[in-house]
Write a protein that binds this ligand. Structure first.
Ligand code: ATR
Length: 283
């Protein structure tokens, strides 16, 4: 009798060298003594459809999808979770036993799982039901869907390009609304949660210059930027005594559902894992 094949998963992107996902999944595989593998695959956009078509016979149980393939994966998979369908992008693929490829988007539960972990359950109520989201790109789409799923009653979206904020607000009907950047002070005064999803504050990008004074003192501030870990926005929030949530946790938490689907065990986001990634980011 031949031995069962070892479980294999991947992250596919172009380029792919920068991806931290192999470190995260490799950490969990060795922590749990699972004889599996998680591999980096560089696939150019022109080859992505063929890659997906060949996936059921490849021996992989699935994998993560990163830039620039998230929208193509959405269009090409056999089935979509309702979350991925709403967000319009796929970051996690699972090969089903019948060979069909399912597309999921774990950025939404990743972000909200991170808030549960950092702020404690009940954060949507403590936020008074109102969040302000800065930015309206792919990450913002996942976050708005996640916030709406978690019971936020009002999500105000400010973006440099207002039309994108309006499109995004329509994803959360009755809850989402677009906001002019100039109207942020008034919006912040009524917000329990502020989330930066723009690239402002990232290494090599301009800082996010926003006065946090209007935020209530019970508000929390989350940034999805994780390089640097302590952005100017988070430093300003801490300076005001507000809860500050960094972007690394979202990256770690979004990896949990994929690992569970491919390797059969729900892993934990531990301080040890976080330290491992922080060491890599600062190395
Ligand atoms: P992601 O998928 O990571 O969200 P994205 O779709 O490129 O990336 O979105 C980047 C976000 O950062 C957008 O909201 C973008 O604003 P626009 O929609 O107006 O492009 C925002 N952003 C990037 N650079 C910015 C800058 N210099 N000033 C203000 N907003 C910026």
């Amino acid at each position: 009798m031949s031995a069962a094949p070892i479980p294999r998963a991947f992250v596919v992107g172009h380029p792919i060298a920068h991806s931290r996902s192999p470190l995260i999944h490799g950490y969990w595989l060795s922590q749990h003594g699972i004889p599996g593998s998680y591999e980096r695959l560089d696939v150019a956009p022109a080859a992505f459809a063929d890659f997906l078509r060949a996936l059921p016979d490849s021996g992989f149980r699935g994998g993560n999808v990163t830039i620039p393939h998230k929208e193509a994966a959405y269009a090409l998979v056999d089935t979509l979770t309702s979350r991925a369908e709403k967000i319009g992008a796929v970051n996690t693929l699972v090969v089903e036993p019948d060979g069909r490829v399912r597309g999921d988007n774990t950025d939404a539960p990743g972000f909200c799982g991170h808030l549960d972990h950092s702020l404690g359950a009940g954060w949507p109520e403590r936020a008074g039901g109102t969040a302000v989201v800065l930015g309206a790109g792919g990450a913002a789409r996942a976050i708005v869907v996640g916030l709406a799923e978690n019971g936020l009653r009002r999500i105000l979206i400010a973006n440099r390009t207002r039309a994108r904020a309006e499109t995004l607000a329509a994803l959360a009907p009755g809850i989402g609304a677009a906001l002019d950047w100039n109207d942020l002070p008034d919006a912040l005064a009524g917000a329990g949660l502020l989330v930066n999803t723009t690239s402002l504050g990232m290494k090599g990008q301009p800082p996010l210059d926003l006065d946090l004074t209007p935020l209530p003192e019970t508000a929390a501030v989350a940034d999805i930027v994780y390089a640097p870990l302590e952005t100017d926005l988070l430093a300003a929030a801490r300076h005001r005594g507000l809860a500050a949530v960094d972007g690394l946790g979202m990256l770690l938490h979004q990896a949990v559902p994929g690992f569970e689907a491919w390797f059969g065990l729900r892993p934990a986001v531990t301080p040890g894992l976080r330290d491992r990634i922080v060491a890599d980011l600062s190395g």
